[in-house]
Write a protein that binds this ligand. Structure first.
Ligand code: HEM
Length: 77
């Protein structure tokens, strides 16, 4: 963003414009992501079979990975 040049004006962005763009990225990224996650959760509750598949897929990957002490989790939670 620091090196970006506006082709029509042939100039770089000033500090105010960069701050405004960063704020736009944060705004555009937070509400959409939280809404998408809420819909995902609602649909996982509505479709328990999908929830089980997802659980098994995640569990199949993370359950067999050793932790920082080199131990592998044995118990299912
Ligand atoms: C599930 C998450 C997201 C959904 C559903 C979503 C959806 C959308 C949609 C529909 C648009 C309009 C596109 C258009 O009219 O051309 C858009 C634009 C935009 N999104 Fe997202 N978005 C998501 C995540 C994010 C994230 C994580 C960021 C930033 C880190 C982001 C930044 C932006 C920006 C800056 C624009 C405006 C782009 C432009 O002006 O051309 N969005 N988004």
């Amino acid at each position: 963003m620091v090196d970006l040049e506006l082709p029509e004006d042939e100039r770089k962005l000033n500090e105010k414009e960069m701050v405004s763009l960063c704020s736009e990225f944060l705004d555009a990224g937070t509400d959409t992501t939280s809404t998408a996650l809420q819909w995902i959760m609602a649909n996982l509750i509505k479709y328990p079979r999908v929830q089980t598949n997802l659980y098994e897929e995640i569990h199949g990957i993370v359950a067999h990975r050793p932790n920082s002490k080199g131990r592998t989790r044995k118990k299912s939670w």
